[in-house]
Write a protein that binds this ligand. Structure first.
Ligand SMILES: [Zn+2]
Length: 165
C-alpha cells in the first residue's frame, strides 16, 4: 500500500473506533495520533537499504516499536501501556494494509515465517489507496465534528433551523 493508503486505513481504524467508543480522553487521543504517525514507519525499510516488506513488517518489529513508544510515554509521564499500544498498533495497522496486497509479507515473524498475501489489490492501486484515504479522512472529520466537539451537530441544527424558518 502507498503512504496515503496506509494513513487512510489507520485513520479509519483509529478514529472509527474512537467514534464508536465515544473516546474523548486527551491521553487516548494523543496515543491515537502517535499510532497514526507510526503506521508509516515500516516502509522506512525502502530508504534504509533493507529488504522491503521484511523484518519491519512483522510482529517482532511491532513489539520492538511498542516497547520504544512505551518508554517514550513513560518518560513523558504518560501510561507506558498506552504507549506500547500506540507503537504496536501503528505497525499492526500497517501490516494489515500490506497483507491485503499481492506482495507477500511475514507478519508473524519471528514466531512463524509464513508468508501471507491476500491479493485483494495491488499496493499501488489508485482505487484502493484513494478509497482508504477518503474513508480515513471522513472518519477523522466525523470524529472531530461529532464526537470530540459538537460543531457538526450545531451546524446540522442551524441548517435544520434555517429550513424551518
Ligand atoms: Zn509496507
Amino acid at each position: 500500500m502507498e503512504r496515503r493508503g496506509h494513513l487512510g486505513l489507520s485513520m479509519l481504524a483509529i478514529f472509527g473506533s474512537f467514534s464508536v467508543l465515544g473516546i474523548r480522553d486527551m491521553e487516548a487521543l494523543f496515543a491515537g495520533l502517535v499510532a497514526l504517525a507510526l503506521s508509516t514507519v515500516p516502509d522506512m525499510d525502502m530508504r534504509m537499504g533493507m529488504r522491503h516488506r521484511g523484518v519491519t513488517h512483522s510482529l517482532g518489529f511491532a513489539v520492538l516499536l511498542g516497547i520504544l513508544t512505551g518508554a517514550m510515554f513513560l518518560y513523558m509521564g504518560l501510561p507506558a501501556l498506552l504507549g506500547f499500544l500506540a507503537g504496536f498498533g501503528g505497525v499492526a495497522l500497517h501490516i494489515v494494509g500490506d497483507m491485503l496486497t499481492y506482495r507477500p509479507i511475514t507478519p508473524m515473524w519471528p514466531l512463524s515465517g509464513r508468508r501471507i498475501a491476500l491479493r485483494l489489490f495491488r499496493s499501488n492501486s489508485r482505487l484502493a489507496n484513494g478509497l482508504a484515504s477518503a474513508a480515513g479522512s471522513a472518519a477523522l472529520l466525523y470524529y472531530l465534528a461529532f464526537v470530540l466537539t459538537d460543531v457538526g451537530w450545531r451546524a446540522l441544527g442551524a441548517a435544520l433551523g434555517l429550513l424551518e424558518w
